[in-house]
Design a protein around this ligand. Structure first.
Ligand code: H2B
Length: 120
């Protein structure tokens, strides 16, 4: 059974095939703060003010760049919603892959202050 610790040790890699519904549910079970909304793995993070919201956006941008796996971000005064899906699967039609859950776990680690940087 995959754990969040397993996900944190992984690195995103190119994916061609999407996860099936059962696999998606297994990953969601280990990331309880994330929901599946409109086919995207989604979580909203709340902050005290705009400065802290942007600090979070910049912090996850470092991880996002290191993983080369990009979410849709919506940024408001005191919250940021992160939505992940994988463009490359299903012949470019998109879907969910393990990369989405690797990055969700790493976003949580950044938010918790426990992200230990990109590994080569
Ligand atoms: C060439 C580049 O590595 C690919 O286009 C990456 C970039 N970032 C990506 N981000 C997401 N969310 N899905 C992808 O399939 C993806 N592919």
């Amino acid at each position: 059974m995959t754990t969040t610790a397993d996900l944190l040790k992984k690195k995103c890699r190119h994916q061609d095939s999407a996860l099936n519904d059962a696999q998606v549910q297994d990953y969601l079970a280990i990331l309880p703060d994330w929901q599946l909304q409109e086919g995207r793995v989604t979580r909203t993070f709340n902050f005290k003010n705009y400065y802290e919201t942007l600090a979070f956006v910049n912090a996850i941008a470092y991880m996002i760049h290191a993983e080369d796996h990009h979410p849709i971000l919506s940024v408001a005064y005191n919250r940021c919603t992160v939505k992940y899906h994988t463009h490359s699967v299903n012949a470019g039609n998109g879907g969910l892959s393990e990369n989405d859950f690797i990055c969700a776990a790493k976003v949580d680690a950044v938010f918790a202050g426990s992200y230990d940087g990109a590994h080569s």
